[in-house]
Design a protein around this ligand. Structure first.
Ligand SMILES: Cc1cc2nc3c(=O)[nH]c(=O)nc-3n(C[C@H](O)[C@H](O)[C@H](O)COP(=O)(O)OP(=O)(O)OC[C@H]3O[C@@H](n4cnc5c(N)ncnc54)[C@H](O)[C@@H]3O)c2cc1C
Length: 638
């Protein structure tokens, strides 16, 4: 079949009725799916210097390539490549002065603004700058409208994970924002898809034939694998490690076993200790993609052992016979707003900027439409300026012999301008900070340069209905060699006026995860991340769309799924800079915790403090909040 015919069958370029799926911005049916062009169009049509004030400016409803969208990283990459921030002349002084300027409008930056105001009083003047067209950092909202109803998903930060283990600062913040996590037990329904379950899709390019096997984790392994396109040896081996309870590390104490597991990859553990045939590894290869951003070659066996059991329902075999004490029961993975932790970011904005996110409860924030025109109002004490890339941060005297302040220069709408803050929190990406703030000591810069985030992609696909899933009795698919390594029907949450679809005849969103890691040539985690980042930035939306259509089409063909007919809209949340880097014992030097790069990199310098989850070395909302709390405390201590 020719490529053109294949594209036509997949529905590439077919005139999807986007009127149903794009909220607030009028576009003609049949236009390209790419959202950034829409935003540009809005900006052009409106007030050039303040696109956020243009009617219809509503980034959560944009489809196409989102996440680190085009335009958000151009200047950062220019600085990285040796460009000078003031190459085109000095920044125009805006004359604006603030008590605090925050660089980065993710959860950490918003929390820093919140803590600063809480501790210094409601009169504090604060400016938050962010280089994206929407606030929230990774905590982004994907909003679709289908058949006259709102469908929500998350562009990144998915859930409040284990809130019982949150630090006191983060627990208090959630309560102050009105988030009562116990309500999720009522709002989140784990039962809707109970009768459907997980399937594994084996693709013909890797396994010789396309085959969807239902009942993963629910059917006894030998039975589940009986029809898998795998050799007898591999089938028997996988079933064996899942079912036998053997001590694969005899003679070692529990402590020694734990220590050993931390120094070997899960792939090595399976082959060298559990004696799994290497041909069986492809079945497990992408298990850790969602949580770690790399495969079993680059994640330690200890980390796999410690992975939450109910998280996306992967069970790592091989540990049952080691004699480890029963792990403590984890909190269920249910603390999930329909738009993920975008609701946390939106509640922070609601608390900081009156009227920007209307309402007063954790339930009504779900359907509230943010008013972007209110984010940056001249008479407000707290202001947020989007589409503003900070390019330089330095201590400066406002007038001769006056106390040093921080001058923050940023590019917005092609114009370089600067504001002053008595102090500044850098809540942006750690590895970028040395380019923004060259006055930091060299050793600190070197540490910050190592805080490079993990790339990954969360794709949201709007479907006409989910009858194919229902027919196949599948709500989730694991695809060991798929373009996206897993996908599933959006979780069922009912909050306030928001209702997730509950009938297969209704439109629904599918969440897909892709990790662009490179396991084949023995690269370290960081090397794989680097290669993956490049790949993501070089991949066009059309390539994503084609792969999404093909993957859903082939996987769900047995249920009658037709990608050309059933796919209504696609949002690719591309994060070349995704998860904050975490300590990986397989590759990172074994130094005391206080010597790790995130700790060395986050030292305060004068009136500049450093937040972001990178500074905590943990890719979690709790870490973003804790680091904001610490950074603000450091500034206020002087
Ligand atoms: C796909 C994905 C899923 C995740 N899921 C979860 C989850 O389920 N639960 C969880 O707890 N955590 C999750 N995380 C981790 C998540 O990153 C953190 O929870 C948290 O949201 C990070 O917030 P942050 O403010 O530290 O960083 P970010 O969200 O990265 O915010 C930093 C902001 O600074 C901006 N910035 C950078 N440079 C500049 C500049 N020069 N000028 C202006 N602005 C700049 C960035 O663009 C960004 O908007 C997930 C992360 C990703 C990528």
């Amino acid at each position: 079949m020719s490529d053109g015919q294949r594209d036509r069958d997949l529905g590439m370029g077919c005139p999807i009725s986007r009127r149903d799926f794009l909220n607030g911005i009028a576009v003609s049916a049949g236009g390209a799916l790419a959202g950034e062009s829409l935003l540009a169009a809005v900006a052009m049509g409106g007030e050039q210097s303040a696109p956020e004030k243009t009617a219809g400016y509503y980034p959560p409803a944009l489809t196409g390539m989102r996440g680190n969208h085009d335009g958000s990283f151009t200047l950062a990459h220019r600085l990285r490549d040796g460009g000078k921030w003031d190459a085109s002349g000095p920044a125009a002084k805006s004359g604006e002065t603030y008590d605090l300027v925050v660089v980065g409008g993710g959860i950490s930056g918003l929390a820093a603004a919140y803590f600063y105001r809480k501790r210094t009083g409601s009169g504090a003047r604060i400016l938050v700058l962010d280089n994206h067209d929407d606030f929230g950092g990774h905590a982004k909202r994907n909003e679709f409208t289908a058949a006259n109803r709102m469908l929500l998903s998350y562009g990144g930060t998915q859930s409040i994970e284990s809130p019982g283990s949150y630090s006191p600062a983060a627990k208090d913040l959630l309560v102050e924002l009105g988030i009562h996590v116990e309500r999720f037990f009522k709002d989140y329904d784990p039962n809707l898809y109970k009768k459907m379950g997980t399937a594994a899709f084996f693709d013909k390019e890797t396994f010789g034939q396309d085959r969807l096997l239902t009942g993963m984790n629910a059917t006894p392994w030998p039975e589940f694998l009986a029809n898998a396109p795998l050799s007898d040896v591999v089938r028997r081996d996988i079933a064996r490690v899942y079912t036998e309870k053997v001590d694969y590390m005899p003679g070692l104490s529990i402590e020694k076993k734990r220590a050993k597991l931390a120094t070997i990859s899960y792939a090595d553990y399976l082959t060298k200790y559990c004696k799994l045939s290497p041909e069986a590894l492809p079945f497990f290869q992408t298990f850790p993609h969602d949580l770690f951003g790399v495969g079993i070659d680059a994640v330690s066996a200890a980390a796999c052992y410690a992975s939450p059991d109910d998280y996306e329902s992967f069970t790592y075999p091989g540990f049952d016979g080691l004699g480890f004490p029963e792990p403590e029961k984890e909190e269920p993975y249910i603390f999930h707003f329909p738009d993920g932790n975008a609701s946390v970011a939106r509640l922070l904005v609601r608390a900081l900027i009156p009227g920007a996110v209307p309402g007063g409860t954790m339930e009504d924030v779900v359907t509230a439409r943010a008013d972007y025109s209110k984010l940056d109002q001249a008479d407000a004490n707290v202001r947020m300026r989007l589409n503003s890339s900070v390019v330089n941060v330095r201590h400066a005297e406002v007038a001769a012999n006056s106390p040093k302040e921080v001058e923050v220069s940023y590019m917005r709408g092609g114009k370089l301008q600067s504001v002053h803050g008595k102090s500044c929190v850098l809540a942006c990406y750690g590895m970028m900070i040395p380019y923004l703030c060259p006055e930091l000591p060299a050793a600190q810069q070197a540490a910050l340069h190592r805080l490079v985030k993990t790339p990954l992609v969360y794709t949201s696909v709007a479907l006409r209905n989910w009858e194919a899933f229902s027919k196949l009795k599948v709500s989730r698919v694991y695809a060991p060699a798929g373009y996206h390594s897993s996908f599933r029907l959006n979780w069922n949450v009912a909050m306030g006026k928001y209702r997730s679809p509950t009938s297969p005849s209704e439109p629904i969103l599918v969440h897909m995860t892709r990790t662009p890691c490179k396991p084949d040539v023995g690269l370290s985690e960081h090397e794989q991340n680097k290669a993956g980042r490049t790949e993501l930035l070089e991949t066009s939306f059309a390539t994503f769309e084609r792969n999404i259509r093909e993957q859903l089409g082939r996987t769900l063909a047995g249920g009658g799924f037709d990608p050309a007919r059933d796919i209504q809209a696609i949002t690719v949340n591309r994060w070349p800079h995704g998860y904050a880097p975490e300590y990986n014992p397989l590759f990172d030097p074994d130094v005391p915790e206080d010597q790790r790069p995130n700790v060395l990199g986050r030292a305060k310098l004068g009136n500049i403090a450093i937040a972001n989850s990178d500074a905590g070395g943990a890719a979690y909302t709790d870490s973003a909040i804790v680091q904001a709390d610490r950074a603000v405390n450091e500034l206020l201590k002087g």
